[in-house]
Design a protein around this ligand. Structure first.
Ligand code: CP
Length: 301
């Protein structure tokens, strides 16, 4: 049966362990060209730097050939539907499809149109599973495999964040305690994040946490745009060194990127050589995405 990665919920605990163990192995012991001769389609219908580049690098490090699809210069611009585009691409028989889209659940629709594994590289505000897996790898490489005594605060625009949703699902399954911190306007519905402790005050929510994950305000996903002022947001919710000092002394800072410095995070926090793991997250994107590709393509062929 073909294994896809539309979201963290689709993975069993064994799947998660296999991917993270493989990612640790790739990060620490190197890798072989297990995907030589395979062809991977990189279909990014929404902007990306980190996810698109790191999936491409990961695939090439494992020996696969990558074909990038640029929607801006494709026949989608002439009105071709998603269905016809997907069926056309599937007729080229790729070994995997990586898809990013602003459309809700686009990867699950792609799963009905492609015969190969489909990997979600971020859809709408719903899910970004490879980001959550690389964040878990980053925390495990820093704190050790067992994260069950750790608390993480996920802060900022939770309501519109696919990163927050996938991290909530994965990190709670790995046993972490989760705080979410946001103004009421950017809090998710009460039916979501049910096991997380909710705070509207950074000073309250940061007390005693081991890791802080800051999020960008996702203005492009707000129907009416964000009416708040960036400077006011920074005053109330920006992560500064003073706020970081409320966390545990060895606490670390994460951010999926792209960052808006001076809005959700101060420069000296983002660049703090002792506390910031932000570039470690970027680096860990490669072994994590190698592990995803290797598991889905080799495991399902
Ligand atoms: N974290 C993340 O998804 O970044 P990109 O949008 O640059 O891929």
């Amino acid at each position: 049966m073909t294994l896809h990665l539309p979201d963290i919920e689709s993975l069993t605990d064994d799947n998660i362990k296999m991917i993270l163990d493989k990612a640790h192995d790739f990060a620490e012991n190197g890798f072989k060209q297990t995907l030589k001769g395979k062809i991977i389609f990189n279909l990014f219908l929404e902007d990306s730097t980190r996810t698109r580049m790191s999936f491409e690098v990961a695939a090439k490090r494992l020996g696969a050939d990558v074909v990038n699809f640029n929607s801006g210069s494709s026949s989608m611009k002439k009105g071709e539907s998603d269905t016809d585009t997907f069926q056309t691409l599937n007729a080229y028989a790729p070994d995997a499809l990586i898809i990013r889209s602003s459309d809700y659940n686009a990867p699950r629709f792609a799963m009905t149109q492609f015969d190969c594994p489909v990997i979600n590289a971020g859809d709408s505000w719903r899910a970004h599973p490879s980001q959550a897996l690389l964040d878990a790898l980053t925390l495990q490489r820093h704190f050790g495999h067992d994260l069950t005594d750790k608390t993480i605060a996920i802060c900022g625009d939770i309501a519109h964040s696919r990163v927050a949703r996938s991290n909530y699902e994965l990190l709670s399954r790995l046993g972490l305690t989760i705080h979410i911190i946001a103004p009421e306007l950017l809090m998710p519905k009460p039916t979501e994040f049910q096991a997380a402790k909710r705070f509207t005050s950074m000073d309250e929510g940061l007390k005693g946490v081991d890791a802080v994950m800051m999020l960008r305000i996702q203005k492009e996903r707000m129907n009416e745009g964000f009416s708040g002022d960036d400077h006011d947001f920074f005053i109330d919710y920006g992560l500064t060194q003073d706020r970081l000092s409320l966390c545990n002394t060895e606490s670390v800072v994460l951010h999926p990127g792209p960052m808006n410095r001076g809005v959700e995070i101060a420069d000296d926090v983002a660049d703090d050589p002792k506390r910031s793991l932000i570039l470690n997250q970027v680096t860990n994107g490669i072994p994590t995405r190698m592990a995803i590709l290797d598991t889905l393509i080799i495991g399902s062929s």
